[in-house]
Structures are given as structure tokens and as C-alpha cells.
Write a protein that binds this ligand. Sequence first.
Ligand code: NAP
Ligand code: MG
Length: 464
Amino acid sequence: MSTFNVKNPATGKVLAEIQESTKEEVEAIIEDVHQGFSEWKSRDAHDRAAIIKKWHDLIEENKNELAEIITKESGKPLKEALGEVNYANSYIAWYAEEAKRIYGKTIPASTPNKNIIIKKQPVGVVAGITPWNFPAAMLTRKTAPALAAGCTFVAKPAVETPLTTIKLVELAHEAGVPKNVLQYVNGSGSKIGPIFTENKLVKKITFTGSTPVGKNLIRESAKTVKHVSMELGGHAPIIVCEDADIEAAATQTLISKFRNAGQTCICANRVFVHESVVTAFADKLKEKVSQLKIGNGLEEETDIGPLINKKGFDKVKAQCENAAKLGAEILVGGHGKVDEDKETYFFEPTVLLNATQEMDIMNDETFGPLLPIQSFANIDEAISLANSLPFGLAAYYFTNDYRTGLYLSDHLDFGVIGWNDGAPSAAYAPFGGLKESGIGKEGGAEGMEPYLDTKYLSIGGLKV
Ligand code: NAP
Ligand code: MG
């Protein structure tokens, strides 16, 4: 029986030893939730809704404990962890309601003795694979609509952060979600992913994580033609126009970039600022960034926790060095704070000026507290820079001119757009990427669709 350790990335302390699920165990759990499917989908929607609502209420009662688990295993500051629990729970509240609103329709037929009825049905067993950066929200964005639709679910959390999933699933069971409706398995994605994709009982794979892993899951899911939903990597641009409110733009950029130490898929990864305001913007941002405090997320004053692991740290450090070598000016930050014995990896919140397209940071997702600024001369140049990468998850811009704002919204190829808004995510809105950032939406009425099959019934020979 093999096990792995869950560690606090801020202290290096081992939090738990987790048993890796064997292939036989994963298959047995899939079989179990397959058994659970026929009963769960047949329950009336109001019953499912009430159970999901109860799950929400139990999470609310246990939110401080959950937040502490998130901070300990992911490293994010406690105030952010509590924010994540509330955000995660807002999806559960939303889909508890939506469970009652899965509507079919009727279509007028071309022959008078026919009746066409459209029905929506749950797709069946769903396997979900989630990342470590939002261990609660990435799980509930998937499980809440899946359970509401009548699907059953097996979750595979990231090896860094299984404890949040374990606690959330425990609370779901306590709320009345049957054990054969929602379960989790533990272990590395490269071992468990293929068990999911090869299994014919799994009808859908829903994944949040990196683009290469997502592409692999799409390819493997093709073998049994499974439904797929993919929330993949991003490389969000922020465009600061010449008429922008610079104070607001700097504040929102700070929120977008430095939340979770820059380890979020929609965080600003490159800032394009009109040449006439670039100095004013950079000065404001520098002033704000200089005040951020690095530390253990459990300490009240901490704004920036550790990077999740050495691999994450090495990428940030390499991007910073590459940018500096190619001529970027380090406005603030630029250093790591590493304890090799404890294996803890912090990086100072950093702003780079004079970024250019040939720098790695302008092309590869950073996933760390490092932000490059590049200036532009006109709005079409900014749009073309923003759209130049294969990513299309989130984009932001700051302007108070409605014509510029609408023009940008038409021409930016991104699924989530914040206009004078650095924090656009909400349970009631359809979150998801375009281009290589994903397939399918999570949140809103649209977030239920990926868990539903459409079936139509053509009734002939009616009396007319
Ligand atoms: P990752 O390496 O792709 O890991 C995400 C999950 O996939 C983990 O549970 C991981 O398991 C699993 N996995 C790894 N290799 C696999 C394989 N071959 N088959 C199946 N599953 C596999 O991503 P990460 O680096 O941890 O997370 C950061 C990435 O997630 C970033 O690119 C970020 O942009 C993206 N993200 C996207 C969104 C969104 O909504 N679009 C939200 C958050 C994050 P292990 O535990 O073994 O690593
Ligand atoms: Mg990983």
C-alpha cells in the first residue's frame, strides 16, 4: 500500500499521510457510483435540491475549519481561504436552486399528427480532476451542478491538497448525499487519469488544471467518446487605457495579480499600459506592491503566502531572470526566500518594467507573484498583443470611455472579461476559457448544461 504526505508549503510540516488509491479501488468506486446513479437521477429535483442546500449549510457551519485546512495545505492567506470557502459555497447555493430549473421544451412539428418533446437527462458518472490552487472552489464548481443535474461523481484532488476535498465530501455525506453518489480517490493524476478515461462507466471527464494535461485527457477521452469539460491554463492581459482611473486600475491589478501569490488561472500575467500613463501606473503599483507582506498564511498580516513547491518557484525565478537579462527593469521585489531544509519557497511580489514579447514571461503562464508591464501606443496594438497567445481565459481592461470599452469587449478573444473589474468570477456567471484555455462553462445556467444530455422524443400518429 503506498502513501504520500501532504505538507504545509509555508512551514514544510507534514499535515497528513494519505493512502494512494489502487487501480482496483478506483474501479470499485466508479462501479459504486455507477450503481448509485439510477437512484439519484430518479429522485425528484426538489429532493436533490434540499440535500445540496443542506450541504451548503454544513459548509457554512464549518467554514473556519475548512479555511484553515485550505491555508495549511495550499499556503494561501487565511482571509483568502475564507473567501474561497464562501465563493465555493456560493456555487452550491446556486446549483441547489438550479436543480429545480432543468427545463425541457416542445417543438412544433411540420406534420400535424406529430409531437416533438425535448428532454434533459443527467449524463451519468462524472470523474473530476482538480488542482491545488483552489481546492474547495474547483471541486464545488463541478460537483454542485453535477449532483443537481442527477449525475454521480468521483473526485480526484491534487496530491498537494486532498484534505479540503476529504472534508467537503464528508460534509456532503453528512448532509444526506449518498456515499455512492459522491466519492473521492487519492493519488497522482498520471496514474488515476488513465483509469478514469479507460473506464466505460465514466461518461464525463471534468478537469481544471494545466493545458498539456487537459489536451491529454481530451485525447484519451476520445477513445470512449466521453463528454469533456476543460478549465485550462491562462495568460491574462490587463490593458490600461490612456483615460483610465489609474488609482483604480492599480488597485484592481494588485487584487488580480497577487491573490494566492499569483497562483490563479485568471490572474493578470502581463500588463499593457498606454505610453502616456505608464509611469504614473507603474509608480502607483510599486507603492502598493511594496506594502505587501510575505509569510505564513495563518498569520493575520500575511498578504503573500509561499509558492506551492520548488517547481513553481523555479519557474517564477527563471522567468524573472530571463526578463531581467532581456532588458526588463525590476521595479520592486525580484528575490526568492527559500529554506531548502524545510522545502519552503517564497518569492517577493515583483513588478517588471519595459517587458517585451521575446521574454518568456510574456508567453508562458507564470503562476507566481511576478508582473511584467509593457507600454503600447494605440488600442489596436494592445488588442493584438493581448490576442497573440493561444490562451483565452481572462482579460481585463481599464477605461471610462464606453466606446473603447465596447470595442475591446468585441475584439478580445477571452471567455471572461473584467472591465474596470479585477475580480470577475461569480457563481451566477458562466466562467470558462476560449481557444486553448478550455471547453465548457462552470457557473450560471450554462454551468448545468455540461452535465446534461439532450434527448428528443418524436410522437407520431396523434389524433388531429
Ligand atoms: P496540473 O499539473 O495539470 O494538475 C491539475 C490536476 O491534474 C491535479 O489533480 C493533477 O494530479 C492532475 N494530473 C496531472 N497529470 C495528470 C495526467 N496525466 N492525467 C490526469 N490528471 C493529471 O495543474 P497544476 O499545475 O497543478 O495547476 C495549475 C494549472 O491549472 C494552471 O495551468 C492553471 O491555469 C490551471 N487552472 C485553471 C483554472 C481554470 O478554471 N481555467 C483554474 C485553476 C487552475 P497530481 O495531484 O498528481 O498533480
Ligand atoms: Mg500537481
